[in-house]
Design a binder for this molecule. Structure first.
Ligand code: HEM
Length: 403
């Protein structure tokens, strides 16, 4: 570990950016980022049973997850099982197959998360946030909490932190009622939902999905979720206690690229956090720093992270028009894998059902952009709910005066 750290410091010391030859700027920046990567990799923490298990005791999945957590392996996968399910829901054939019921659930989730505009719906975005809010109620010192389903199995939903999650909570409870009898835990349904939602959003990464988490109906500890007015220092400390480093935090909050807020400013119910709600692009990062159209409502917490010296370089890295998307998807996938396993103490025994998730969508054309642009300028408030539902707007409003 120490060798890596010295190496990265040495690399950094060789790169005084201010003295760089103008043409060398990009190259120097990339070298500096690589040095940062080496530094970060050396301080990655293990979690759960992986903290104590010897390598010789690790299963293939345990080894893969350990490598992902140590930033040595990608957490995205394009492996897809295109065959039809081996049997119907509840059939003997389906019960005998590890991922068969997950495949049926994946179909249901995909239908709910995909809107007619091709953007992802409010259910998708809430599903990502639900996954975060179940898992993040945990710190290194907690003896319970984390990705254990407690957000829906206890009274956690009555906490103000969880305002805005009612629709997905209701839907997820229905999925749980239907599929738990076939062995699917609430904790897994929530995390699988977050990953299906992410890949259904255009341009979103296809994050590997592991199953086998245990449920807990005891409400998790309070005070462990972030607030939208928090300073960068408060946020960094809060996430560090969950083993999430500053770079990974920046990657994770990028999920706000899809968001439409409802409770931060109720007078602006439905206003997005960048100009492309329901799309997993990187527009959110530069727009948080710059001046987006008036309907975009920036969270103070995001502004704070974009400016802080400990997080601003990652923010800039993901903003890059050419390389940002791929870099962000990769880093988000790794960071979300860690988040989705907080508080899980049987990581080595998990199984994988990534293959039943829908295909990734690497490009997206916004066919109703003309209408969206007017909406983003502050017109047509009545479209808020339709954008939230990812409805195709072309034909709804066609020009000036046609409200
Ligand atoms: C700095 C830490 C964070 C803060 C302060 C924060 C705060 C918020 C707030 C206030 C909302 C709006 C809720 C509403 O009014 O309906 C929101 C939405 C959202 N957050 Fe975060 N969040 C943070 C980190 C994260 C992380 C780590 C993720 C996921 C990995 C995430 C995913 C989302 C998503 C997807 C939405 C959109 C929900 C929707 O459109 O309904 N957030 N967040």
């Amino acid at each position: 570990m120490k060798t890596l750290s010295y190496l990265s410091h040495a690399l950094l010391a060789c790169i005084p950016l201010s003295n760089a030859h103008p043409g060398m700027g990009e190259q120097m920046l990339e070298m500096r980022r690589e040095a940062n990567r080496i530094e970060r990799r050396s301080s990655k923490e293990l979690i759960g049973d992986l903290k104590t298990l010897a390598d010789s005791k690790l299963t293939a999945i345990g080894k893969d997850i350990k490598a992902i957590l140590l930033d040595q392996k990608n957490a995205e996968s394009s492996t897809i099982d295109t065959s039809i399910p081996v049997g119907g829901i509840g059939s003997a054939a389906c019960k005998a197959d590890l991922c068969c019921h997950w495949k049926w659930l994946s179909y249901e989730m995909t239908a709910k998360f995909n809107g007619t505009s091709g953007r992802c719906s409010k259910f998708a975005r809430q599903a990502v946030r639900l996954g975060f809010h179940d898992a993040a109620v945990w710190t290194k010192d907690s003896s319970y909490g984390g990705a254990d389903g407690s957000i829906l199995l206890s009274d956690e939903m009555s906490r103000a932190d969880n305002n805005g999650l009612a629709a997905i909570a209701d839907q997820t409870n229905k999925w749980y009622k239907k599929y738990n009898q076939y062995g699917l835990s609430m904790a897994d349904i929530i995390q699988f939902g977050a990953n299906v939602a992410t890949v259904v959003c255009p341009l979103g990464p296809r994050v590997r999905s592991f199953v086998g988490r245990k449920d807990n109906s005891k409400a998790g500890p309070t005070g462990l979720l972030p607030g939208e007015k928090d300073s960068a220092s408060v946020l960094l400390k809060l996430f560090q206690a969950k083993t999430i480093d500053p770079h990974d935090l920046v990657a994770l909050v990028g999920a706000h690229t899809t968001s439409q807020q409802h409770f931060v400013n109720t007078a602006r119910d439905g206003d997005p956090q960048d100009t492309t709600p329901g799309v997993w692009d990187v527009a959110f990062y530069p727009q948080t720093i710059n001046n987006p159209p008036p309907r975009v409502l920036k969270f103070q917490s995001d502004i704070n992270l974009s400016k802080d010296s400990r997080t601003s370089s990652a923010w800039t890295e993901f903003s890059d028009r050419n390389t940002g998307q791929q870099k962000w998807n990769q880093d988000y996938a790794k960071a979300y894998t860690r988040l989705s396993l907080l508080g899980v103490n049987n990581i080595n025994d998990l199984k994988e059902c990534t293959q039943v998730m829908p295909v990734q969508r690497n490009s997206f054309t916004s066919e109703d952009q003309v209408v969206l642009d007017r909406w983003l300028q502050g017109e047509f408030d009545q479209l808020n709910n339709m954008v939230d539902d990812a409805i195709q707007l072309t034909g709804v409003v066609t020009g000036p005066g046609k409200e």
